[in-house]
Design a protein around this ligand. Structure first.
Ligand code: IMP
Ligand code: MG
Length: 186
């Protein structure tokens, strides 16, 4: 049972996705991957920090052997709009040659982050590369990203919770929501 939504919930204008909705969708995404990748060893590349909860919940539902690597990527530097410059801790300490790779991130927005990462991963010549995100914003991309799966399509609004932050806060919300205008107060 997820914890009840209390505390910082008053900073939300509204809840977009409840813990139950998120959990059901993540389970369905995992079921699809379990069917498609049965018998393979999967190498997960997880983008931190926003992907933390999604990755943790999805991976616990995967039934095949899994390796996990993380990368840190940021383009927001604290605000609600991308700076356009993607910072990635690269070169990575892993080698994906010949591996079946599953790239996971919290949200696809402009596409700058994932396209920068995918470009780097492909140089390592994986056998296959699937990109899955929990959320995909309905908006024009600055870079196109071929998604294997997206949990939810959402409107072009800034969201927090379930790993996603505003100025470092709200990652621990079990739901995904829209902040009150003028929040957070401190
Ligand atoms: P993109 O490079 O514009 O596609 O943005 C991708 C990254 O920006 C995601 O991995 C998130 O970390 C962050 N991001 C984009 N939209 C939001 C949002 O609405 N809330 C919190 N973080 C976001
Ligand atoms: Mg991110």
């Amino acid at each position: 049972m997820p914890p009840p939504i209390t505390g910082v919930i008053q900073d939300l204008e509204r809840v977009l996705l409840t813990p139950e909705q998120i959990s059901a969708r993540v389970a369905a995404m995992a079921a699809r991957l379990n069917a498609e990748l049965a018998g393979k060893v999967v190498t997960v590349v997880a983008l931190m920090d926003g992907g933390l909860f999604f990755v943790a919940d999805l991976l616990r539902r995967l039934e095949m052997p899994v390796r996990l690597h993380t990368l840190s990527a940021s383009s927001y530097q604290g605000g609600t709009a991308t700076t356009g410059e993607v910072k990635v801790n690269w070169p990575a300490s892993f080698d994906l040659r010949g591996q079946d790779v599953l790239l996971l991130d919290d949200i696809l927005d402009t596409g700058l982050t994932l396209s920068a990462i995918i470009e780097r991963l492909l140089v390592q010549q994986p056998a296959s590369l699937r990109t899955c995100v929990l959320l995909s914003k309905r908006r024009q991309r600055l870079r196109e990203v071929a998604l294997h799966d997206a949990g939810f399509e959402i409107d072009d609004e800034f969201v927090v919770g379930y790993g996603m932050d505003y100025q470092g806060r709200f990652r621990n919300l079990p739901c995904i929501g829209i902040l009150n205008p003028g929040q957070p107060s401190s």
